[in-house]
Design a binder for this molecule. Sequence first.
Ligand SMILES: *[C@@H]1O[C@H](CO)[C@@H](O)[C@H](O)[C@H]1NC(C)=O
Ligand SMILES: *[C@@H]1O[C@H](CO)[C@@H](O)[C@H](O)[C@H]1NC(C)=O
Ligand SMILES: *[C@@H]1O[C@H](CO)[C@@H](O)[C@H](O)[C@H]1NC(C)=O
Ligand SMILES: *[C@@H]1O[C@H](CO)[C@@H](O)[C@H](O)[C@H]1NC(C)=O
Length: 301
Amino acid sequence: MAKIHHLFLLKTSLAIAFLLKGFCDGKVMMEYIGATGAPVRFDNVPIEDGIDFHFILGFAIDADPSGNPQNGTFSPYWVSSLSPDSIVAIKGSHPNVKVMASLSGWSLGNTVLKWYNPANEQLWISNAFDSIKSLVETYHLDGIDVDYEVFRKTNYSSGSFSYCIGELLSLLKNQSVISVATIAPFYNTVAPYIELFRNYGDVIDYVNHQFYTDKVRTPQRFLNDFRLRAQQFDKAKVLPAYEVNGRGIQGDRFFDALKLIEENGFEVNGVMIWSADASVNNQYYYERKSQAFLLNSTSSI
Ligand SMILES: *[C@@H]1O[C@H](CO)[C@@H](O)[C@H](O)[C@H]1NC(C)=O
Ligand SMILES: *[C@@H]1O[C@H](CO)[C@@H](O)[C@H](O)[C@H]1NC(C)=O
Ligand SMILES: *[C@@H]1O[C@H](CO)[C@@H](O)[C@H](O)[C@H]1NC(C)=O
Ligand SMILES: *[C@@H]1O[C@H](CO)[C@@H](O)[C@H](O)[C@H]1NC(C)=O
């Protein structure tokens, strides 16, 4: 009896998972949050049911508060209003929400954070795995985003970044610590990320390329840029990105660009926005409109 019940539950949940997946059609939102220190909240952000909505916490950093590297031991530096309890609450009210932590970012206080080639790669990987596993358990996280932004220019390609990060993501996934992994290159860091993607692309779900750093301001130039990044990575995994009050294309021209990308034979599988901290002041206009765009293009297929 107990066994039949168990099987029935399993089948039902598989069926529901299948339906939800079909229903969502893989459209994702990637929303960075918590990096500026402003007391942002999850529950102010508009979240549509049909979207696979990812909050990306900024940032988990391999450094002590003074910026000294810790051999791969990551600590949380996102704003404290994004607490474990608030993550449980937002996931409870929106089952389509996932929460990720982004690794590194640009700086901690006045210290610019750099990828350093660890003296002992196995120690770095093992410390990173343990510290991230502990963050995942404490904060109920689903995934990791990789946002190292500064490399020693002449020597990123020692293979150390690709190896350490690739092995880390592989382990986190095959030990079922995380279910989603993304990377966030920008114009100046594309090369090390291409190396990582070539070697470990099967464990990387999406590419949050920071299109705004390419400073393309028109839909046509955004399309050309998308074409380039799609070729460097994987066209199904690259997500167009928008910086609120920022660089690159601004205003509704971003949505014209999304339309143009689709008209040219690509699928827009999601949108990345930097960031919720800035969107507080415009009532999350770009989050609302991006999700409406994604839902609209879902139903039209
Ligand atoms: C990092 O590891 C090296 C040995 O590989 C050690 O000398 C150093 O003290 C460690 N640093 C920290 C911050 O733990
Ligand atoms: C690049 O990094 C590797 C590994 O850390 C090192 O062995 C090599 O000497 C470096 N090359 C240069 C040109 O600095
Ligand atoms: C998990 O990934 C690590 C790192 O790539 C690898 O060494 C290990 O064999 C993998 N384990 C399984 C069960 O796939
Ligand atoms: C939805 O799609 C239709 C047909 O492609 C288009 O005319 C309309 O403007 C779209 N609406 C939004 C909100 O993108």
